[in-house]
Design a binder for this molecule. Sequence first.
Ligand SMILES: Nc1ncnc2c1ncn2[C@@H]1O[C@H](COP(=O)(O)OP(=O)(O)OP(=O)(O)O)[C@@H](O)[C@H]1O
Ligand SMILES: [Mg+2]
Length: 223
Amino acid sequence: MGVNHTLAHIYSNHLTEEPPQFPYLCFILSGGHTFLGNVHNYTEIEVIGQTRDDAIGEAFDKVSKFLGLGYPGGPVIEALAERGDSNITNFPLSKFKEKSLDFSFSGLKTAVLNFYRANPDIKKEDIAAGFQKTAVKILLNNLSRYIEKNRVERIAVTGGVSANNYLRKEFKRFCSERKISLFLPELKLCTDNGAMIAGLGTRLLESGKIDNLSLDAVSRGLT
Ligand SMILES: Nc1ncnc2c1ncn2[C@@H]1O[C@H](COP(=O)(O)OP(=O)(O)OP(=O)(O)O)[C@@H](O)[C@H]1O
Ligand SMILES: [Mg+2]
């Protein structure tokens, strides 16, 4: 059974007694992907926006590497940011001229690197906090723009970056203010795990899908 890894990340929100009902809006935030989409069923997601350059997790990893903090960057940036002041400067939010709901994290990453080079005395904690706050703001800005024009009752977030506590807190605040139900995977199910692959594989088997053993690996994409 061939299981698409990115769709399996979505399935991690179904490994619970009360999974979201279809359809729902979902962010997939991982080391290699950044998608916002409408999930119609286990295998059909209609993409609303995706990154045009770095994935959000990749941005965490690159900023961490630049600060000399190693891989994976997410957990270490998160821990530093807890002790930092996120108001050191206003890092830029990505914007496209057209009405696109795509994302860009490469500009933010570069702005952070340039700011640190120009201000080497600034504490790494503050840089981490400023970067993390802006990364989450980029997501919530696009979400706000989508919600202005579309009725949304349920939102899920998944992928390694959904383990970030600051992100989880900000999404909870955003959704509770708008009476939207929010679904987040258990922490251990956010990053790559076998349960999400086995779970989605089981659903596919139940639906009668069977692959032969000649499948090739495909490193990117949703289908
Ligand atoms: N607490 C955290 N805060 C922010 N980012 C995090 C956190 N924990 C993990 N990450 C990030 O999540 C990414 C790894 O997640 P995941 O395992 O879902 O991605 P991947 O499998 O590498 O990518 P993909 O699924 O797109 O192929 C890394 O970029 C890592 O820095
Ligand atoms: Mg993954």
